[in-house]
Design a protein around this ligand. Structure first.
Ligand SMILES: [Zn+2]
Length: 362
């Protein structure tokens, strides 16, 4: 899995080689580079995968200059995660966040919200409804902090259910799952039988907030991006068995940081992503069994990781150029997706400063 292409600037290095073949190859590469460089960067969808050490914080900025942040990372650490999100917002050229979507009320997802709203204005927060997990102390604590922010009118609140469209301009965002319910019909173009369901996978019902995750499909022209928060395998089965309600994805934001409780074989076979991006931490997520299922999914070109996974070790991590934060002290490197409506996209690794391009496949 080491197929990162050189950046366009590096490609001109081929010109110094004298052989006829290399000249022809160089010309072809330069031609494709020019075409790529001529793309309209005013009409792109930008997505920043912020490193919050095994929580989630994914910032979408649409060509209509609207912003949607999915989750806010952890509480504490002097606002470390909120600072990293604000840094990404700055890079994206925005000074307020229109929508923050909280997938569920676990502290690695909603924990950073009080620190975030202290640093940058947030217009509306979207959620699945009230917290349902009253037995877990950290969850109760972040839920109370959330209610406090609501009392202080820090933002508007919008609660959504499966099938709803989010009011974000510049993309189409459809709610797939919310509060333990999932869409009851196949999306347009989907609905085919899923052969892997015949293996008889079945999973006990999760009892936590994870299964209540607010999941969305974000469509930008021909590009399809799936984010289901920490939705667990029992709920995945309702989405993809016996028929695949979702259809194939271009980009899969790996559920649950790549932990084994999510990402079943039937689910990965159904969504068959071209690219998967895993928001794992060094010591959280990236379970070898879940990593294997993603790597074996039918159309996968590349898996990217926000961190080297210690649990994965040498056998279950991608090649270094696909990892934002390798072993060692954390430097908060991020991954950035830039996408065009024709379905083409590129991914930038802030650590290596290299970009890999993916052409449209429709
Ligand atoms: Zn999580």
């Amino acid at each position: 899995m080491s197929r990162v292409q050189p950046s366009p600037l590096n490609r001109s290095g081929f010109l110094g080689v004298g052989s006829f073949l290399m000249v022809v190859l160089s010309a072809a590469l330069l031609a494709s580079t020019t075409m790529w460089a001529e793309r309209d960067f005013q009409k792109v969808l930008q997505v920043f995968f912020v490193d919050v050490e095994g929580g989630q914080a994914t910032l979408f900025v649409t060509p209509a200059h609207q912003s949607l942040l999915i989750d806010t990372g952890w509480p504490g650490n002097d606002g470390r995660d909120a600072d990293r999100i604000v840094a990404a917002a700055k890079k994206a050229g925005i000074s307020e966040i229109d929508y923050v979507l909280i997938t569920h009320f676990h502290n690695d997802h909603v924990g950073g919200l009080p620190q975030l709203v202290a640093r940058i204005p947030v217009e509306t927060v979207i959620d699945h409804g009230d917290n349902r997990e009253s037995t877990d102390a950290p969850t109760v604590q972040v839920w109370q902090a959330y209610q406090q922010l609501l009392t202080e009118n820090k933002f508007k609140r919008l609660t959504v259910k499966p099938g709803d469209k989010l009011p974000v301009k510049g993309v189409e965002a459809t709610v797939i799952s919310s509060d333990g319910l999932v869409i009851d019909h196949a999306l347009a173009g989907a609905g085919q039988e899923n052969a892997v369901c015949k293996g008889g996978e079945s999973y006990a019902a999760d009892q936590t907030e994870n299964r209540r995750s607010l999941g969305t499909l974000i469509t930008f022209g021909k590009l399809r991006i799936l984010d289901l928060g920490d939705l667990t395998r029992d709920k995945e089965m309702e989405l993809v068995c016996p028929n695949n309600k979702l259809g194939a994805m271009d980009i899969y934001i790996v559920s649950h940081h790549g932990w084994y409780q999510s990402g079943s074989p039937a689910f990965l076979n159904a969504i068959a992503p071209r690219v998967a991006i895993m928001d794992n931490g060094a010591k959280k997520g990236g379970t070898p069994s879940a990593w294997d299922i993603i790597e074996k999914s039918p159309r996968l070109q590349d898996l990217w990781q926000l961190h080297f996974s210690e649990e994965g070790g040498p056998g279950h991590n991608v090649a270094p150029e696909f990892i934002a934060n390798p072993e060692g002290p954390d430097a908060a490197n991020y991954l950035q997706l830039t996408a065009w409506p024709d379905g083409s996209f590129e991914i930038f690794n802030s650590r290596t400063s290299k970009t890999k391009q993916y052409s449209a496949q429709h």
